[in-house]
Design a protein around this ligand. Structure first.
Ligand code: GLC
Length: 742
């Protein structure tokens, strides 16, 4: 055979393999032989190049380590992936350079598309409040379609870190404090981003992050370690990652923090033994930004070479932006310190995903659907979902008959710079969201209430928070004031010691009430649970409006006018005081459970131990009655279905949706278990006066937990089941008990 020029060798190999594989009827998703065929052609340097990821030098999401000439390195086959490439033309340029490399291995482009790409949805914590898993799947699906149109193959989402401490700024990126619910959200969002297979060119690879226990965040400070028991690690922090694998997640990202003394990025027991061996994860693990190099800061590596050795051996396949792999692995392999089999395994995992995306067949065909991004109809359809997501994310915490706005209202004051802010509606991790896409709160109200006079009052200086001169207020029919966090106050590296809403904001609410003597509606904006005990008495209604994205103004107007009856529930406990953090509903009983009548119990002497608003709490414009749960039997065998029924009735004056929550208590168990823990929920929409019986079905697996040996077990004995519309309300209602017998 005439010698085939180098640059076509790979194509010929792949063509032959495809012919063979189609004849062998290989599963379309099993590209193992194709990946092996490429691996055989690669030099050691080219293999290490696949493990190297650089950030585009125009948009960094971490400390910039070096800004080498990426184009030249790509051409030499020394780069496997780029992140933060925000322009389609730039992505094409990088890919064109990759096509000039010896083996023409395509690049993988990733970005943090966390809650939308161009159409920005509510922040994940806000969407989690919707308790609408299909909605969260849908918004992820749209985000993926827009991301892939932009030239991206991969999003670094969903963030599935369980978080119990609101002082940690990254709680905004997740689904809150509950492990069971966080696992359900993880599955929904992975399915949304990835669809059923990666061949659908409107989907992207998802990334389960940050593995693992990043949300422990000691003292609420970002990047601190996770010193927790193995039992807590397995019971609380790992299940969402296991769930993401059930949803076929393509990639993982290792965390910055250490886990019980070993940095996550060098954690062989977690990444190699548990994730890859036990859980059989067949995707690849990318480090977090610079976290390979940062093993030196953890002081487990004396230099970048040792850092590279530890991380790659532990199972971290790709080095994001520390250049430790590209700078040291060749030497480590040649000196026999790193087995080439480890390198080959990492490279094959990455090549396999590139094959599954179809990038070898057509490096440019996967995306670059720029026209879609400006398509009016598509944008309109996406914004409609964004508005629905906003509606469903707003949590009503208090309502002294102030909402929905009476039809007689004609003169409205909108107070605060957040009412006209655009960037703050996008929130942190806003990908390619732009302020011009945003419907502000002022915009939304003007559209919703064309016959009303709507006056915007600055209220306070957005930079200094100093309260500004207030006009005469008694002429208004209602005052709506937006307080809380700007987008720059929650997110990565945004930890706080004090989660009180700024005291001037709270003082403003008090002044608005006292100087107007009219209904005051407070919109609490932000990325995390906030404390606002000072202003609470002066607000007639309080809504948590997070950062709702491009349709923020319309969603808030929909809820306040009653076009949408609020249905959201808190996915994370709202403390009464910063000093209560971390505070969460599914806490352990302790040997001295709190009692208001006994000082020698688990309590504070200077504050009530209860939260301001509990997990699962959220009001509606109507009211619901949930009947005591009824079990089909009093005793079940391990293989029997446990069937519980309850009846929900709309006892108010508006059609509305209730999220009926099912909580479990394992009355006596071999390790200490939470007082209660969520094990199911159902959303029921009822006309006023309507009632409906709903049924929950559990299996003995749903009663299981990790025992002291970290084995997942279900133990016989007594269990209690509670139903309610919040974690607090559930325990106030009657429970149903049953015995599980061997
Ligand atoms: C950041 C974040 C991570 C993100 C990555 C790339 O530091 O920790 O969540 O995906 O770097 O932007």
């Amino acid at each position: 055979m005439q010698r085939i020029p180098n640059k076509y060798q790979l194509l010929v190999f792949i063509f032959l393999i495809n012919i063979l594989s189609s004849q062998a009827q290989m599963l379309h998703k099993d590209y193992s032989s194709q990946a092996d065929s490429v691996l055989q052609l690669m030099t050691l340097e080219e293999k290490i190049g696949q493990l190297n990821q650089y950030s585009n030098d125009r948009k960094n999401t971490g400390p910039v380590i070096n800004n080498k000439n990426h184009l030249e390195e790509i051409r030499k086959g020394k780069v496997g992936s780029m992140l933060n490439v925000t322009s389609v033309s730039r992505a094409k340029q990088y890919q064109e350079e990759a096509m000039k490399s010896r083996l023409r291995i395509p690049l993988l482009f990733g970005m943090d598309v966390v809650h939308g790409m161009k159409t920005i949805f509510p922040i994940p914590m806000g969407e989690a409040a919707s308790f609408d898993l299909e909605l969260m799947r849908k918004t992820a699906e749209i985000a993926a379609a827009e991301a892939s149109a932009h030239g991206l193959h991969w999003t670094f989402a969903p963030m599935i870190d369980i978080a119990r401490d609101a002082r940690w700024g990254r709680v905004m990126e997740g689904a809150g404090e509950d492990t069971w619910y966080g696992s359900e959200v993880a599955k929904a969002r992975v399915k949304g981003f990835q669809g059923n297979n990666y061949n659908d060119r409107r989907t992207v690879l998802a990334c389960a992050k940050h593995f693992a226990a990043y949300g422990v965040a000691i003292a609420g400070k970002d990047y601190t370690g996770a010193d927790i028991s193995e039992n807590t690690l397995h019971q609380v922090y790992l299940p969402p990652f296991r769930a993401a694998i059930e949803a076929d997640v393509a990639t993982f990202m290792s965390a910055f923090n250490d886990v019980n003394g070993i940095p996550a990025t060098a954690h062989k027991p977690l990444m190699r033994d548990l994730l890859k061996e036990t859980w059989k994860f067949n995707g690849f693990v990318v480090s977090d930004w610079g976290s390979v190099g940062e093993l030196q800061n953890h002081r487990v590596a004396a230099n970048a070479e040792e850092a590279a050795l530890l991380a790659v051996t532990a199972g971290c396949d790709m080095d994001m932006c520390s250049a430790s792999y590209i700078g040291n692995l060749e030497k480590l392999v040649k000196e026999g310190k790193v087995d080439i089999a480890i390198i080959d395994d990492a490279v094959k995992r990455i090549l396999t995903k590139k094959f599954e995306l179809g990038l070898f067949d057509d490096p440019f065909g996967y995306n670059y659907r720029e026209a879609e991004l400006d398509d009016e109809l598509i944008n309109k359809a996406h914004r409609k979902i964004a508005r629905e997501a906003g509606n469903k994310s707003i949590v009503l915490l208090k309502n002294n008959a102030a909402l929905p706005l009476p039809g007689t209202v004609r003169n409205i004051a909108l107070v605060g710079p957040l009412c006209t802010s655009r960037w703050d509606m996008i929130g942190n991790w806003g990908a390619m969201g732009k302020p011009e896409y945003v419907t502000t709160i002022l915009d939304g109200f003007k559209t919703a209430l064309p016959n009303c006079k709507i006056t915007h009052i600055e209220g306070y200086d957005p930079r200094t928070n100093e309260i500004k001169e207030l006009p005469e207020l008694s002429g208004f029919d209602v005052i709506i004031v937006a307080v809380g966090e700007k987008a720059s106050e929650s997110g990565e590296a945004k930890s706080k010691v004090d989660i009180n809403i700024n005291s001037n904001h709270q003082q403003l609410v008090k002044r608005l009430k006292e100087e107007s003597n009219k209904p005051v509606i407070a919109l609490v904006m932000g990325g995390r649970p906030l404390v606002f005990s000072a202003m609470e008495p002066y607000a007639d209604a309080i809504l948590v409006t997070w950062w709702l994205g491009v349709e923020a103004g319309n969603s808030i107007a929909d809820v306040i006018t009653g076009k949408y009856n609020p249905s959201a529930k808190l996915p994370m406990t709202y403390p009464r005081h910063s000093g209560q953090c971390p505070i969460y509903y599914n806490h352990k009983s302790t040997g001295r459970p709190w009692s208001k009548d006994n000082q020698y119990t688990s309590r504070y002497i200077d504050e009530d131990i209860r939260p301001a608003y509990p997990f699962g709490y959220g009001l509606s414009y109507t009211t619901f009655h949930i009947s005591a749960p009824v079990l089909s039997k009093e005793q079940y065998g391990f293989n029997e279905k446990i069937i519980l029924k309850t009846t929900v009735k709309n006892t108010g004056n508006y059609k509305g949706k209730e999220t009926v929550q099912l909580y479990l208590q394992d009355v006596v168990s071999s390790v200490t278990r939470p007082v209660i823990e969520l094990c199911g929920f159902q959303q029921v929409e009822l006309e006023k006066g309507e009632e409906r019986e709903i049924e929950f079905v559990l299996t003995s697996k749903d009663l299981g937990f990790f025992n002291i040996y970290n084995e997942f077990v279900t133990e016989p004995g007594e269990f209690k089941l509670f139903v309610g519309n919040s974690s607090e309300n559930a325990t106030m209602l009657k429970s149903a008990s049953f015995y599980l017998a061997k």
